[in-house]
Design a protein around this ligand. Structure first.
Ligand SMILES: NC(=O)c1ccc[n+]([C@@H]2O[C@H](COP(=O)([O-])OP(=O)(O)OC[C@H]3O[C@@H](n4cnc5c(N)ncnc54)[C@H](O)[C@@H]3O)[C@@H](O)[C@H]2O)c1
Length: 442
């Protein structure tokens, strides 16, 4: 069934990635190799998953592209911004995520991707010292320069549509300030007044994207689009926004495992998560102000799945005033591991009559290998959402995100439960495909 209310996916789709680091170059290399038949896009829902549409005798299991018009990988054109001037080939080699033979197989295409100068403020990521930076005097100048970049890229590459994806470093924590972040007019005034404390560079990218008619996705835990002023802009420009923070390793496990505890009515007294990580992301997160942003994002997952107020006997134990059960997350910079992050989870649970038990999960993952398919899915689905006339916060994309956006000003809660998120994703695809949403068992 083709829904006439969704515009077709014709023409080229420009994907502008903020940050040309490990995640970005692993994403780009994978798409390029897949197009050449040299690799498989494993982990990508848009390329592999099948959703049931229809019921009873009429039911069918279809790939997303057979339900909704999705852009083809062949139509993707990449561009990027970075603080460092190295092209995507050099950056992929530096990141050491992928084997040289894989990177070499698409060397020409990667070399052609040269980062545009970044809208950057060193106070937001002290550990970075690249000089490929725009010489802007104010935040508003950053916005204007980025808008110009987007327009130029779109024209030069002949793109029909653009999506902007943040896969750049985690910025320092920017708490939401009602005076600046609640109304678009106040945010614009702060940008014009060069309020560097409240306006992060990432906000300039988001503003520029939305103003140029491009969806914006925040892959780091930055505050950026998670403020009412940006929702207002997204509404005004009728553009989708999504964020925050790719749900790749430890938090994916957490949001999938916590429902086991909750569904089975077991108790939780503590959950300790720690990681060792040695890439540039780990280096930036070694700075306490940058780690704080990540910590807030990672901690939020359990709160909406295992709720002390709903089940005080089960989750009202422990000694953490905020969450009742004790929940702690740590990331330690450890260079020898580079991108191959190791996560440990120690989960203290209790059962019948309160008798304690423990679960240990040791995930030896590869950060960028897990993030790359999410980048692809988030870009393709945001582009789809825009063509389907959906704008503002795209809650159906919560499945891919650690700290999913929601309207906290009206008391809305984030959905972190992996299986509830999957239902939201499936139903949005069904609806955009002209089928009925449902919650039937598959
Ligand atoms: N890999 C994962 O599993 C995962 C999961 C969730 C979130 N993330 C987030 O994704 C982001 C990218 O991770 P990565 O491993 O590729 O990091 P990375 O350090 O390899 O790459 C980030 C790049 O962003 C650039 N950058 C920083 N500020 C910029 C700005 N203002 N404009 C343009 N470029 C800028 C840096 O120079 C760097 O090259 C990080 O914020 C990370 O926290 C990653």
């Amino acid at each position: 069934m083709i829904n006439p209310n969704v515009k077709p996916a014709g023409g080229k789709l420009g994907i502008l990635v903020v940050g040309n680091g490990a995640v970005a170059t692993t994403f780009m290399t994978g798409v390029m190799m897949t197009r050449k038949g040299l690799a498989k896009p494993v982990g990508s829902m848009t390329q592999y998953d099948r959703i049931r549409v229809g019921r009873g005798e009429a039911k069918q299991y279809l790939h997303y592209k057979d339900i909704v018009p999705l852009a083809s990988l062949d139509d993707i054109v990449f561009g990027t911004w970075d603080v460092y001037p190295q092209n995507a080939y050099q950056s992929a080699m530096y990141a050491e995520v992928l084997k040289e033979k894989d990177i070499e197989s698409v060397r020409d295409e990667l070399e052609a991707i040269r980062p545009m100068p970044a809208a950057f403020d060193k106070n937001y990521a002290k550990r970075l010292d690249g000089d490929n930076v725009k010489p802007c005097k104010t935040r508003w100048e950053m916005v204007e320069a980025l808008r110009e970049d987007i327009r130029r890229f779109k024209a030069e590459k002949g793109c029909a549509r653009i999506v902007v994806l943040w896969a750049a470093s985690t910025e320092i924590y920017v708490p939401v300030d009602e005076k600046v972040h609640y109304r678009l007019a106040d945010l614009e005034a702060a940008m014009k007044a060069d309020d560097r404390e409240h306006v992060a560079p990432s906000m300039c990218y988001a503003y520029a994207a939305l103003a140029e008619g491009a969806p914006f996705i925040m892959g780091a835990p930055n505050t950026t689009v998670d403020i009412p002023a940006m929702w207002e802009l997204a509404e005004k420009t009728r553009m989708p926004i999504a964020g925050k923070d790719f749900k790749t390793g430890q938090t994916l496990v957490k949001s999938g495992f916590a429902p086991i505890i909750g569904t089975r009515c077991l108790g939780l007294s503590g959950w300790f998560s720690t990681n060792i990580l040695g890439n540039r992301d780990g280096l930036v997160l070694d700075e306490p102000a940058n780690f704080r942003t990540k910590e807030v994002s990672k901690l939020s997952t359990l709160e909406t799945i295992l709720k002390p107020d709903v089940q005080p006997d089960l989750y009202g134990h422990g000694n953490d005033e905020d969450t009742q059960y004790y929940h702690k997350v740590r990331i330690n910079y450890y260079p020898p591991r580079n991108d191959n992050k190791e996560g440990w989870d120690n989960i203290d649970i209790f059962g019948w009559m309160g008798y304690p038990m423990q679960v240990k999960i040791n995930f030896l993952c590869r950060d960028s290998i897990l993030a790359a398919p999410l980048c692809l899915d988030l870009c393709l689905l945001s582009d789809l959402a825009a063509r389907a006339g959906r704008y503002g916060i795209q809650r159906f994309l919560s499945f891919f995100l650690k700290s999913p956006m929601h309207d906290y000003t009206v008391g809305e809660e984030a959905v972190n439960h992996l299986y509830q998120q999957y239902t939201m994703l499936k139903n949005a695809i069904r609806e955009m495909g002209g089928y009925e949403a449902d919650e039937e068992m598959d």
